[in-house]
Design a protein around this ligand. Structure first.
Ligand code: ITT
Length: 198
């Protein structure tokens, strides 16, 4: 069964393939093998945007599609940047500017609690869709550290760790990440899909 991964973010793509690449009977396709139209993220929640990306890409391509919307929610900022995480500093996916803005807003702030949240969506061309969620709790460091991962990883220290996500190896990040948790919850559905049971 061919299933399209509905993201253009190469880091996400790599993580999704590492986490779900082993499901028997699923052949993963990406925008490289099967280009699809860009979806405007007009939703106001991660749930809305994940569903929007999965459903519209599945309908445009005729392929079952897995999409994901994720963000960083910082307690002292009332849950911001949240759904706006990718464009926090104004320009889409400018990770360095986003991290600088976050550090600036939190300067002198003692409450550095934050969480990463991922919402994964599986959609079929007939319009049916399913959502799952994964959360990773942690706190925001006072300066960036580490070279792995992407986005806010250099600033995010998972609960129980002293290192940032960017200092963990990719395998260590995968064991605990919000993305891993959301995607694992889709695994049973994907297995059913592969067996032709959905
Ligand atoms: P697609 O819409 O094509 O999937 P995107 O990067 O625009 O790619 P989102 O709209 O879901 O994806 O934005 C997610 C942003 O949240 C991402 O750009 C990072 O800033 C942040 N983020 C999400 N997961 C992260 C992670 O595991 N590590 C670091 N930052 C993360």
């Amino acid at each position: 069964m061919k299933v399209l991964i509905g993201t253009r973010n190469p880091h996400k793509l790599e993580e999704i393939r590492r986490i779900l690449g082993d499901i028997p009977g699923i052949e993963w396709l990406t925008f490289r093998e099967h280009p699809f139209p860009e979806v405007e993220e007009t939703g106001t929640t991660l749930e809305e945007n994940a569903r929007l990306k999965a459903v519209s890409t599945a309908q445009a391509t005729g392929l079952p599609t897995l999409a994901e919307d994720s963000g960083l929610e910082v307690a002292a900022l009332g849950g911001a940047p949240g759904v706006l995480s990718s464009r926090f500093a104004g320009v889409e996916k400018d990770y360095r500017a986003n991290n600088e803005k976050l550090l600036e807003l939190l300067s002198g702030e003692e409450n550095r609690r934050a969480r990463f949240r991922a919402v994964a969506a599986l959609a079929l061309p007939d319009g049916r869709s399913w959502l799952t969620e994964g959360i990773l709790e942690g706190e925001i460091a006072t300066s960036p550290r580490g070279a792995h991962g992407f986005g806010y990883d250099p600033l995010f220290i998972p609960v129980g760790e002293t290192r940032t996500l960017a200092e963990l190896s990719p395998e260590e990040k995968d064991r605990i990440s919000h993305r891993r948790r959301a995607l694992e919850r889709l695994r049973p559905l994907l297995s059913s899909l592969a067996r032709g049971e959905l």
